[in-house]
Design a protein around this ligand. Sequence first.
Ligand SMILES: *[C@@H]1O[C@H](CO)[C@@H](O)[C@H](O)[C@H]1NC(C)=O
Ligand SMILES: *[C@@H]1O[C@H](CO)[C@@H](O)[C@H](O)[C@H]1NC(C)=O
Ligand SMILES: *[C@@H]1O[C@H](CO)[C@@H](O)[C@H](O)[C@H]1NC(C)=O
Ligand SMILES: *[C@@H]1O[C@H](CO)[C@@H](O)[C@H](O)[C@H]1NC(C)=O
Length: 398
Amino acid sequence: MFMNFRRISKCQCMQLLTTGLLLSVVMICWKDLDHHVVSHMRSYTYRYLVNSYNFLNSSYALTSIHHNKKDEVSDVDAGFVNYPYLINQPGKCGGGGGDRKSQDVLLLLFVKSSPENFERRQAIRDTWGNESFIWTELGARVRMVFALGVHPDVRRRSRVQSELMQEDRAHGDLIQQNFLDTFHNLTSKLLLQFHWGHKYCRQARFLMSADDDIFVHLPNLVKYLRQLLSTESGVKDLWVGHVHRGAPPVRRKDSKYHVPHDLYPWPSYPDYTSGSGYVVSGDVAAKIYHATLLLNSSMYIDDVFMGICATAVGVYPQEHVYFSGEGKTPYHPCIYNHMITSHGHATDVRTLWQAATDPTVSGNSRGFVSHLYCTAVRVALLCLPYYQNTYSCMAAFT
Ligand SMILES: *[C@@H]1O[C@H](CO)[C@@H](O)[C@H](O)[C@H]1NC(C)=O
Ligand SMILES: *[C@@H]1O[C@H](CO)[C@@H](O)[C@H](O)[C@H]1NC(C)=O
Ligand SMILES: *[C@@H]1O[C@H](CO)[C@@H](O)[C@H](O)[C@H]1NC(C)=O
Ligand SMILES: *[C@@H]1O[C@H](CO)[C@@H](O)[C@H](O)[C@H]1NC(C)=O
């Protein structure tokens, strides 16, 4: 009896101890747990219960809007500032929007760059952003421009600015507005892209927005866009990329992505694609442009603001497994055949371009055996846990 009692109390003692230990661990880590687990659970629940974010429409609507005749909002009433252009390319798409002279542009490609990133821009021009390569090899008209603000450091600004002017004289592909090129002004850069596209390149079938440290496999992208165009119904309501669903706003003050309650009080953002690289069809570009005229653009995370605009006009993003979001591609010919974007290529754009567009890559992948081989390779590269942060496992089977 006595022994038994002692054993029980020993067990209970251990239980009590472990429970206490667990509780204290939970309490110590509560902050992290709250940020990482609870906020995600809350946001997913919210996302799948609410499932429509129509309230965003009225919450972000501007109260007093006076359109003038040309369908442009006067600066005073708009929820954004119409910054003047410092460098512009009005003739990039053959002049004007939608008139006879304008060229048939398949893709208008904006690369979000910063004034000091001279080398990244040159690497892009020499590789995937080479318009004449796409034209001679694929017969597709792509127009690429870099979207910029002004250098935030006032002491370096005038020197960087004169270098930009020189760069633009050499290449004619910079578009710059007079706002500080900072993280918290990215939404201004988003507005630049959709407003410029609406004004100077309305006829483009597709519009893409991309970071200057990503790699875009333009031959694959052109092939994909042409496939979309060749379907009977044509392309409408397309917004494609790496989709974030039910992402919670970051409430930690020390985070770059911190968003206060005043700015966004709900536990979950509407669905949006990663800003690193996404594509919209021409009709969606027009709808987003109009949404930016009606909505308050104080949300400074540009891809979230894009989600808010899209929700207001009833457009929802589609996932494409070969848009990487934040992930970096594994290097392999079996991937090069399918990849569209890959993130984190500030320095290796040239080598990847060489490898990914080598003519032997597509030549090697025909036939049943090589198809099987490539599927096996992709499973090894994408589905095993040691390759984190790249395309999803599903991409192995396409
Ligand atoms: C936009 O929203 C912000 C924050 O909610 C607010 O301070 C600002 O006055 C609004 N701007 C307009 C033009 O409604
Ligand atoms: C762009 O491509 C064209 C056609 O393939 C080529 O002649 C030209 O050298 C390339 N330009 C750059 C800057 O690499
Ligand atoms: C955005 O740019 C404007 C215009 O240059 C500037 O006044 C503002 O401070 C910038 N905002 C941020 C957060 O950098
Ligand atoms: C959002 O507001 C606009 C303009 O008031 C309206 O045309 C549109 O239908 C609204 N969208 C939704 C999803 O309620």
